[in-house]
Structures are given as C-alpha cells and as structure tokens.
Design a protein around this ligand. Structure first.
Ligand code: SF4
Length: 94
C-alpha cells in the first residue's frame, strides 16, 4: 500500500463516518413520513365523525389554534379535522 492509497483509505473512512449516519437518518425519516402518509388510507381516515367518535375526542389528536381549526395527529400526517375519525381512534381520558 503506497502513501496515496493510505490517505485515500483514511479519507474514505472519514467520509463514510460522516455520510453513512446522515444517509441512514434521511432514509429513516423518509420511511417514517411514507409510513405515516400511507396510514391515512390504511386507517381509513375520514373528515367526518363516526357515531360519537371524532378526532377532538381522541388521545392521538393535537388541537389547532381554535376548536374548529384543523389539528395534527400522531399517526397520520397532514391537517386533521377535529370532526374527523379513523380506525385508530383512542378515546381521550377526561
Ligand atoms: S388517530 Fe384517527 S381518530 Fe385519532 S386523531 Fe388521529 S385521525 Fe383522528
């Protein structure tokens, strides 16, 4: 192994040390986003209540700025209507 190959090997090693964790993080983030986006369909999200169950009464819902504004959900991405519902509904304890 000559001096050039040794430096190249060290450079590659350093590059891998810096790039691989970043790549792994990006892939994990992408998978999480994709999984959450897919969950809207898988969990049969609808923008209307099902009986007396609705997102505003679900423990996975975070309300928007006003009671009628869209909020967010821990399992589905994007805006979530407080009057929505999905199969992951979990009654909020009072
Ligand atoms: S889990 Fe379902 S019911 Fe609960 S807040 Fe999210 S979308 Fe609404």
């Amino acid at each position: 192994m000559n001096g050039f190959s040794k430096r190249l090997t060290r450079k590659e090693a350093l590059t891998n040390l810096l790039v691989l964790p970043a790549l792994a993080g990006a892939l994990a983030f992408g998978m999480t986003t994709t999984a959450r986006a897919d969950s809207r369909t898988q969990l049969k999200y609808q923008a209307t209540p099902k009986g007396n169950q609705k997102c505003s009464g679900c423990s996975l819902f975070t309300a928007g700025k006003t009671p009628t504004a869209d909020g967010t959900c821990k399992v589905i991405t994007g805006p979530i209507s407080p009057n929505g519902w999905c199969t992951a509904f979990s009654q909020r304890s009072s």
